[in-house]
Write a protein that binds this ligand. Sequence first.
Ligand SMILES: [Zn+2]
Length: 242
Amino acid sequence: MALHQLLAPLLGLVAGSALRPVVVALAVPAGHPPSVTCPACSPLPPPAGGLQALRLLPPDGRCPACRTPLGAAWLPEVTTAAAFAAVAVGGAAGWYAAAQYWLALLGSALLLIDSAVQRLPNALTLPAAIGTLTLLTVAAAHHEHGSLVRALAAAAAAGVLFTLLALGGMGMGDTKLAVSLSALLGWHSWQAAFLGLVVSFLLAAAVAAYLLVARCGTRKSTLAFGPFLIIGTLAAALITST
Ligand SMILES: [Zn+2]
């Protein structure tokens, strides 16, 4: 195993701890401003809300002052470490790998936020899309193995598909996320882009069926689709990396 494959999960732990205040700040219901105030000891929103969000929080998920739980212990840290480890195992190199790590980082935050409050904030989906397309453009400029035209075509196809699905009730956040993820997989191959979507929909269908059978959900209850898109993309990237 190469050195960078051993270092990737450690880097993920560090990146995940930087991600924790972002996850806490953005995991709020739609229409609410980002906030990392503690409900127990600082009920008032901070005057400069944006800067407050950059404050680091300890990995035990508790308020540093009064120990009230603000989030799950070690969850962003371990999620990001696992995502980085998976990217490292895939073995991509160069700027294409940088694009994968960028999406692994923002995807970890989006997965946790969507699971918690069923939304994919623009504050993360837009940097994810812009960063991915920028890094893939740089990869193309360095003549790395892959195709920018195919990445853009896959992103456009996913954009059209998910915009149509949004008419049927899926969120526009899913559209923006699918554009980034399909661009990344499309850079590699059409098979990867197609597989990513198939795995995402199969996983979501399996979980929805399980919830119906277990009577935890009803036909009307909504299931956050973002986590399935992210896990499906990771699976497709790993399957097609060999
Ligand atoms: Zn507190």
